[in-house]
Design a binder for this molecule. Structure first.
Ligand code: GLU
Length: 504
């Protein structure tokens, strides 16, 4: 579709979250699409905090929101924390502007005071619903003469302000994602623009802000499609240029219901805590409704900026696929430097009590090597402590079925008894010694391959599978020399324990 505003005006987009909770992946995707579009087009990206819901908005949520977006790799050219020429960027600090423009609409006869109480409106609504009619405001206060309205207000009667909209006709717009969208004015009614408590309604504040901030493209969630005609009517009332709209489909779980806690983590904060990399999450979020050209999958933000195409965003629901996200996370983990992996892994290992709060240089060096081998196949960093139990826990007394089967054959018992004999008087053990001994056993007994190595693996690790022994042996040997809160047994200690538990 060729509707992207290609006028010489600089492209300006915004992300306008309400600080009423942690940022959900659906909203983060909206932020990302806006940001990618702005960065690709050399435009500006504005962060505007929509905090007019005073009961539910908090500064703490705003702080978290800023922190989470920055973590994801998104930055803004204008916003409450960085300022800018079109500020303030918090709606609660723009109330005077909303009042000024409402007054203008009242003076021009395009808006009017409405004295209907919430109870009255609710009664009207219920009546309409029970008669099968759309619950649209009746327009009861439309024709109150302005002088009378002023008098009632002056006497303290609470009043909202409503926009006067035509009773018939269509409001239409070309949505960049959804194509042509039409709304019948019959289902709209005169929208409230300022509530009786003086706070602006969302549909009104958003128009004042988008217009005064010179926003050229409004890219937001599809849940706002039905608000758009009301906003367009406001642009028209003011005679302002209407921005281009792009409504992104909702993010759903695999069962086709809105993505929620039931499906798993949903907020940026949760994914960060789980140990999903920001670069993996932004990579995945970009694929919610948009697909990269063939052959591109593991992408960094700067590559996404180049490839992203707002005109090719799909209108069908975006299904959040955790498996795909974790796959991408594994790919992004793979390309991290070992130092970075260590830095990201440490908090999880410390939290699990495996690594002390102030590790020594030797301990850090060991953890770095251990992370390097144990992170293989890990979906997210929070799974690492579990992987580390291979090194820190050793329980030949509680072998699982598969491990028990491996050591129960005659060949296995033979291998193990010879192996134990040959290591009995050793003072030291390492991979070279291991290779030498297993070579001897092969020669002496003729047992080789799986029959030879699997029983030894079970004897040393108390598991049927895990790391290759050439990785495992050096790791436990080196680790056993460092004093960790939970000591690591070396191979000879392990063998002794296995021998005594299995009666070898
Ligand atoms: N504050 C609104 C929200 O969080 C913004 C919607 C819009 O982008 O216009 O849903």
């Amino acid at each position: 579709m060729n509707i992207i505003n290609e006028s010489p005006d600089k492209i300006r987009v915004r992300f306008a979250p309400s600080p009423t909770g942690y940022i959900h992946v659906g909203n983060a995707r909206t932020a990302l699409f806006n940001w990618l579009f702005a960065r690709q087009k050399g435009g500006s990206f504005v962060l505007r905090v929509e905090d007019t819901d005073i009961e539910r908005s908090t500064q703490e949520y705003e702080r978290n929101l800023i922190q989470d977006l920055r973590w994801l790799g998104i930055d803004w050219d204008e916003g409450p924390d960085v300022g800018g020429p079109f500020g303030p960027y918090r709606q609660s600090e723009r109330l005077e502007l909303y009042h000024k423009y409402a007054k203008q609409l009242l003076e021009e006869g395009k808006a009017y005071y409405c004295f209907c109480s919430p109870e009255e409106l609710e009664k009207e609504r219920q009546a309409a619903l029970s008669e099968g009619r759309m619950p649209v405001y009746s327009g009861k206060c439309r024709n109150i003469p302005p002088e009378e309205a002023e008098r009632r207000r002056a006497s303290g009667e609470p009043a909202a302000i409503r926009l006067k909209v035509p009773e018939e006709g269509l409001v239409e717009f070309d949505d960049l994602v959804r194509g042509r969208v039409e709304f019948d004015l019959k289902v709209i009614g005169d929208p409230i623009i300022v509530r009786s408590n003086g706070m602006p309604a969302y549909n009104y504040a958003v128009v004042i802000d988008d217009a005064l901030m010179n926003i050229t493209h409004v890219i937001r969630g599809e849940d706002h499609v039905s608000n758009t005609p009301r906003q367009i009517l406001l642009y028209k009332a003011f005679g302002w240029k209407i921005p281009v709209f792009a409504h992104l489909s909702m993010v759903m779980g695999k069962d086709n219901t809105r993505l929620s806690k039931r499906h798993g983590a949903t907020s940026l904060d949760q994914f960060r805590q789980e140990g999903v990399l920001a670069e993996a999450l932004s990579n995945y979020l970009a694929f919610l409704g948009w697909s990269p050209p063939e052959g591109h999958e593991v992408l960094q933000l700067k590559e996404l900026i180049k490839l992203f195409d707002l005109g090719r965003v799909s209108r069908s629901a975006a299904i959040f696929d955790y498996e795909k996200l974790y796959w991408l996370n594994r790919q992004h983990i793979k390309i991290l430097q070992p130092e970075k992996k260590l830095e990201l892994a440490l908090p999880y290992l410390q939290q699990a009590g495996l690594i002390p709060a102030n590790p020594s240089a030797e301990q850090l060096d060991w953890v770095k090597k251990a992370v390097e081998v144990l992170i293989e196949g890990v979906d997210k960093f929070s799974e690492l402590p579990q992987k580390f139990t291979l090194i820190f826990d050793f329980g030949p007394e509680k072998l699982d079925q598969e491990a028990r089967e491996i050591i129960s054959t005659e060949k296995a018992r033979k291998v193990l008894s010879v192996f134990i004999q040959k290591t009995l008087n050793l003072e030291e053990f390492n991979y070279e010694i291991f290779a030498q001994i297993t070579g001897e056993i092969k020669k002496e007994t003729g047992i080789k391959g799986k029959d030879l190595y699997h029983p030894i693996r079970v004897a040393l690790t108390a598991r049927a599978s895990g790391l290759e022994l050439d990785k495992f042996i050096p790791l436990v040997e080196e680790g056993s020399k460092l004093s960790f809160p939970r000591p690591i047994l070396n191979c000879l200690q392990r063998l002794k324990k296995t021998a005594s538990v299995l009666g070898l």
